[in-house]
Write a protein that binds this ligand. Structure first.
Ligand SMILES: [Zn+2]
Length: 415
């Protein structure tokens, strides 16, 4: 063969190989270790990427290709180490909506709905499924309302009746599946101990407890696509530039877009085009607004073992007695779960999150739990496996009962 033709053939073959790999291989993610000296430096980084974990002056995160390039461009001096992770591409046409084989104990969307239905059937007197709306892809955003039958009847007759309320919500972020498991464990524990455990019986008799185990089911199920974890964080909004997803925990409409979030649709901390642009955050906002008896909100995330409270969008605390209440409640719960309690912005600035909105707009005492593990690179990060479920529940049941109890008046925490 003529040399020129041979070269042409090699180039053509290479072009075919590369185009094939790029269109069929899974995305890659990068585990990055950054060094930042103080909260201002961390906040500068948080404008572009999610920060998963902070240990002293080190930041550990898992970031997309796009975000990795942003780091290389803007913060090369902070970058200490990185490891690339290639998400396995689809080897079969598996579309069976199930977790990777080691983690089938985790609940898919369908399994979650089935389980909620089973609870309602088993405990019809004290539980009722409710829907707050639909996800972008049309999945029902379901929760379960746990309260004594007499309260349900009384509320239906008089919706303004004050029976102290608390809402526990999980899975804003797709890859944080452990949060759904904890929410379901709470449901099981509360319902199965009614009439057996005096404290729980009394709480169900006197409180409205709302538990929403999966606020972002589209993202959650995308994250287990092909039964391989996708490291997906956002929802599945098709953005105008061809990328996907809005970070739901940067999309709430209180001081939205004022730091610690990105206006780039490609970013994993994309705030969305406008505040409350997403059906999931709109549904949650509308539910809270329509349920004025809610005094306390617990939003579950992973990981790092933290108890966080407002503000997130600015460095100061909320001030006054409320700041004392947040601090006291955080410390009290930390004694049980051994997590670190702190103001959210002590880590870095983040705006548009659930708790800033819930407290800033509605005066609700709102806590974010970052569940186990403590460490990402050495502890399992977002995917700690089945073994993490029970210990996470054991560590966090007392904090939950404490929050439910204080829903009548969080100020009692100071007494
Ligand atoms: Zn999260």
């Amino acid at each position: 063969m003529h040399r020129k033709h041979l070269l042409k053939k090699i180039l053509l073959t290479l072009a075919i190989i590369f185009s094939t790999t790029s269109s069929f291989a899974g995305d890659s993610y990068h585990f990055v270790h950054l060094k930042a000296q103080n909260v201002e430096e961390r906040s500068a980084i948080a404008n572009h990427i999610p920060i998963d974990q902070i240990i002293d002056d080190s930041i550990y995160s898992v970031v997309s290709d796009y975000d990795y390039k942003i780091i290389q461009k803007n913060f090369p001096h902070f970058l200490v180490a990185s490891h690339i992770y290639q998400i396995p591409s689809a080897t079969t046409n598996e579309n069976d909506d199930e977790f990777p084989s080691n983690d089938t104990a985790y609940h898919t969307y369908k399994e979650t709905i089935t389980e909620l239905n089973q609870y309602q059937q088993k405990y019809p007197q004290i539980s009722e499924i409710f829907s707050i709306g639909k996800s972008l892809e049309g999945k029902d955003l379901l929760g379960i309302h746990i309260t004594a039958h007499a309260n349900k009847v009384a509320l239906k007759q008089n919706p303004d009746l004050f029976i102290p309320g608390i809402v526990i919500v999980a899975l804003h972020h797709s890859r944080e599946h452990l949060t759904t498991e904890l929410a379901l464990k709470y449901v099981d524990h509360l319902l199965s101990n009614y009439g057996k455990d005096a404290t729980i019986t009394s709480l169900i008799n006197t409180r409205n407890i709302y538990i929403i185990p999966m606020l972002n089911p589209d993202g959650g199920m995308y994250d287990i696509k092909n039964r391989s974890y996708q490291y997906w964080r956002k929802n599945r909004r098709p953005n105008s530039n061809g990328s996907f997803g809005v970070d739901l925990n940067r999309n709430y409409g209180y001081q939205w877009g004022t730091g610690g979030s990105s206006n780039s649709p490609n970013s994993d901390v994309y705030m969305g085009p406008t505040p409350f642009s997403e059906p999931e955050t709109i549904a949650f906002k509308d539910f809270i607004t329509a349920t004025p008896n809610i005094r306390i909100l617990l939003t579950l995330h992973t990981y790092s073992e933290l108890i966080l409270y407002p503000w997130g969008h600015k460095y100061s605390g909320v001030g006054g007695k409320d700041e004392e209440v947040f601090a006291k409640m955080g410390q009290t719960m930390a004694a049980w779960n051994n997590y670190t309690p702190q103001r959210s912005s002590d880590l870095y600035i983040a705006s548009g999150d659930t708790c800033d909105w819930a407290y800033g707009e509605r005066g609700i005492f709102c806590f974010t739990f970052e569940l186990s593990p403590k460490s990402g690179w050495f502890g399992g990060g977002f995917y700690p496996g089945t073994k993490a479920i029970e210990p996470t529940f054991q560590a966090n049941i007392k904090p939950a009962l404490y929050l439910i109890d204080l829903a009548d008046s969080p100020y009692r925490a100071l007494k």
